[in-house]
Design a protein around this ligand. Structure first.
Ligand code: HEC
Length: 225
């Protein structure tokens, strides 16, 4: 039934095209003979409902998610691919990679790769959208709170995680672990949280105490982290 409709529609369209082609030819004698482009395959009635989606196994099943309901695309991620994005650093410091960096090394990284947006004095350059990284201590409870790494962030681990994952804005993921340790030491040094001769590594990073560490409350919801 459906096929017949389609065939009929196809015939009709073909007839119309021929008629049109004839009119065009007679309409202008001067026009060179034109070839009529081949008609595209009919796509069917567009108002027809979509075919039902294939059943996807629920997450509890043994099958790898999505593999049963195969669309013929995709493959499981390899260990290397997972490792490349498995870079989160937790508040207790777990996940911090090997490596180290000093304030002095961090200054070089900062000047070359961060200052254009965050400013020479880490004050943030408004036009770039980059926020201030230091300053604002004791402003959080005022009418003009300035939230920065120095004034607001409760855990230093977030600094490593964030920079490693997301900065510099135009080339996220491009910094080595050593560079992230170094630039973290520089930012925390400029914020008066670490001395300028500090060297950061996985161990010393865990010992950093952030000024606003006690400025947050526990999440009271049952089961919350
Ligand atoms: C091209 C501009 C640009 C460059 C270069 C850049 N940043 Fe940023 N940075 C931003 C912007 C924009 C944000 C805000 C992103 C957001 O809020 O989603 C940001 C946010 C941050 C934050 C979080 C601040 C906060 O309080 O939320 C840190 C930390 C940071 N950048 C560090 C760095 C470091 C370190 C470098 C150099 C290695 C760097 N950035 C280079 C634009 C830049």
């Amino acid at each position: 039934m459906f096929t017949r409709e389609l065939t009929l529609a196809g015939l009709l369209m073909a007839a119309c095209t021929m008629a049109q082609a004839q009119t065009e030819t007679s309409a202008s004698d001067a026009a060179a003979a034109r070839t009529v482009a081949a008609l595209p395959e009919p796509v069917g009635n567009l108002e027809e409902p979509m075919p039902p989606s294939p059943v996807v196994e629920d997450a509890e099943s043994d099958a790898a998610p999505g593999l049963d309901a195969s669309f013929g695309i995709g493959r499981p991620a390899t260990k290397e691919e997972i490792a490349a994005i498995d870079i989160d650093v937790m508040p207790d410091g777990s996940g911090l990679p090997e490596g180290s960096g000093t304030y002095a090394e961090g200054e070089t990284v900062y000047v070359e790769q961060c200052a254009s947006c965050h400013g020479d004095n880490l004050e943030g350059i408004k036009e770039t959208g980059a926020p201030a990284l230091i300053g604002g201590r004791d402003t959080l409870a005022t009418d003009k709170p300035l939230k920065t790494v120095e004034s607001y962030w409760p855990h230093a681990s977030t600094l490593f995680d964030y920079i490693h994952r997301a900065m510099p804005l135009h080339a996220p993921g491009s910094l080595s672990a050593d560079e992230v340790y170094a630039v973290s030491a520089y930012i925390l040094g400029r914020g008066g949280i670490l001395p300028e001769d500090a060297e950061l590594n996985a161990q010393s990073f865990k010992e950093i105490e952030m000024p606003n560490a006690d400025g947050f409350v526990e999440d009271p919801r049952p089961g919350a982290m």
